[in-house]
Design a protein around this ligand. Structure first.
Ligand SMILES: [Zn+2]
Length: 113
């Protein structure tokens, strides 16, 4: 009895060697021309598993792929509004005598507009 063999193409990328396997070892794949998968079942599983892992690894290695909202939310726009200097502030901070202080208080500080 002759067992029909089919070529399992394997995957160079994932280190799966191509080989011949009995047709019964191939999964049905309607999208294929002959209705059979291009890899034997164990290799197909290995291949899809490797693909998934590769996709995950790629995602992990590219953090900039998706914007991180938490990061943006944490960065608050710091508004550094400089305090307006009081125009009425005393120009000199030298210690004054009570007499001088009284005189200063009496002085009208008009015209600051
Ligand atoms: Zn195989």
């Amino acid at each position: 009895m002759n067992v029909q063999l089919r070529r399992c193409i394997g995957s160079e990328r994932f280190g799966i060697e191509a080989h011949d396997a009995p047709i019964s070892d191939f999964p049905a794949q309607p999208s294929q021309k002959d209705g059979l998968g291009r890899m034997c079942k164990p290799h197909w599983r290995q291949y899809t598993d490797a693909l998934r892992k590769a996709a995950l690894a790629r995602k992990a290695s590219q953090p900039d792929d998706a914007p991180k909202p938490t990061r943006a939310a944490r960065a608050k726009p710091a508004k550094a509004t400089p305090k307006r200097r009081s125009a009425n502030a005393t120009p000199a901070k030298a210690p004054r005598t009570a007499k001088q202080a009284a005189a200063t208080v009496d002085t009208p500080s008009a015209g600051e507009g």
